[in-house]
Design a protein around this ligand. Sequence first.
Ligand SMILES: Cc1cc2nc3c(=O)[nH]c(=O)nc-3n(C[C@H](O)[C@H](O)[C@H](O)COP(=O)(O)OP(=O)(O)OC[C@H]3O[C@@H](n4cnc5c(N)ncnc54)[C@H](O)[C@@H]3O)c2cc1C
Length: 466
Amino acid sequence: MLSRRNLLASMLLSGIPAFASEVKDWDVIVVGTGVAGLAAACSALEAGAGNVLILEKSPVVGGHSILSTGYVAAVDKPRQQRAGIEDSPSLMLQNMLEVGGYLNDVELAKIVCENSEDTVYWLEKMGVKWDGNIYQTVAGLHPRSHITNFVRAGYDYVMALLSSAKRMGAKLALNTKALDLIEKDERVIGIRVQNLDGSITDLFAKAVILATGGFTANVELRSKFDPRLGSEFPTTANPNRKSFDGATGDGLIMAQKLGAATKDAEFLQLIPFWGARLLDYVGADIYVNNQGFRFVNEAASWRDVSNAILEQDKREMWAITDSQSKKGASLGVKLMNGTVKKASTIKEMAKAMGVPIQNLEETIRSYNKFSAEGMDPIFGKKVFTQQINQPPFYFGKEKLAVHFCCGGIKLNKNAEVVKLDGSIIPGLYVCGEASGGPHGHDRLGGVALTSAFVFGRIAGRNAVTM
Ligand SMILES: Cc1cc2nc3c(=O)[nH]c(=O)nc-3n(C[C@H](O)[C@H](O)[C@H](O)COP(=O)(O)OP(=O)(O)OC[C@H]3O[C@@H](n4cnc5c(N)ncnc54)[C@H](O)[C@@H]3O)c2cc1C
């Protein structure tokens, strides 16, 4: 693993280092240092690339990947069997298609599922250490998610892959923004970049991999694809609008200039993200509206949950749990800053929320009955890990933020970029949230990372061997 000092040293490189333009023809240039780009770089080096350059426009590595909660959905027979869980790539595929509204490119979704188990073991080889448990994430539909820990899992993946890529010889240029693809005879032969001082450099390569992430932070672009998503919605990567969010669709814009098609780019995922949800697993909390009533199956896909929230008064909801649930490390901060509050009784909680006491008491009473019976006949919830009956109760208001691009640049099974006329752009590959195909209109919980790892590896390998 990279030591913190080495990491800091690599972060301090300002703009494109001299070596980048000294190499006349890179084997592979990867744009983006999220998990897709880093997996691609590692895979290209494993496949025999002599030199690989990774570009990152920001002064630090990691993109959305480093911020992610870190659930990775994968079939993993040994661990799942130890936990008494039956699973298979075909069940995972069925879950992806169900959540994706059957709009997924089935061939690509199948590749994600069939390669998920091997990817878990490959990540271990790259230095990732799972906590050993299997979780069912929110919108995950089945217990198959892996994580390293609940504090900094995204950081763990980025650092493990960055460290492996560097060990195998990859070069990294921070503060270096890819501006445009360079094409000759209808083949991508390099990329034009802007350095920190504003100067422009042309870099040449046998293959370029776009791993630039999504476009959730580009209000103009996202509202072209979904006009509902104006500037009133922050992103989950930058909920307070105070930090940098590099998900501006640069790869999509560059690829479209060369005639690239998009797939499912009109489907952006919204999730409640004001901070009041304390749990990243299902079965231990409920969502209620300003009248104190439940309005959705809390274990449903994000698309169903967010569409239901958009129909509630003020497009907001309350998340409620109790003392028994497993809460994240941020609980203390959230209690201090008032995002989450505590109450000893349901009456006290209802008063603080400003919802009718009787409604909330009845909602929780009937929910606990459903939980005891294992079935919610109103919204169809089937996953219950507890009742909500052990004070103190924890509650807070939630609103929606833009979370994930379910689609993007259309890719094929080789991670090549597909044009509007169905042909491919030779020399150009895409992976991760910049790409569109596997997910359809929504994504299964934990599968964004899986898909980024799987197609990152495919892109890296094919950039060298095809
Ligand atoms: C808060 C949060 C929690 C999440 N939790 C989960 C989870 O638990 N499980 C899951 O499966 N998914 C999760 N996701 C989604 C998942 O993290 C992302 O889909 C995934 O990390 C995207 O990886 P990526 O490598 O494609 O893009 P990113 O990680 O976003 O990396 C793209 C990189 O490209 C750089 N870049 C962009 N344009 C340029 C340019 N022109 N030149 C140079 N560099 C450029 C960006 O700065 C960025 O560093 C979460 C997302 C968020 C925001």
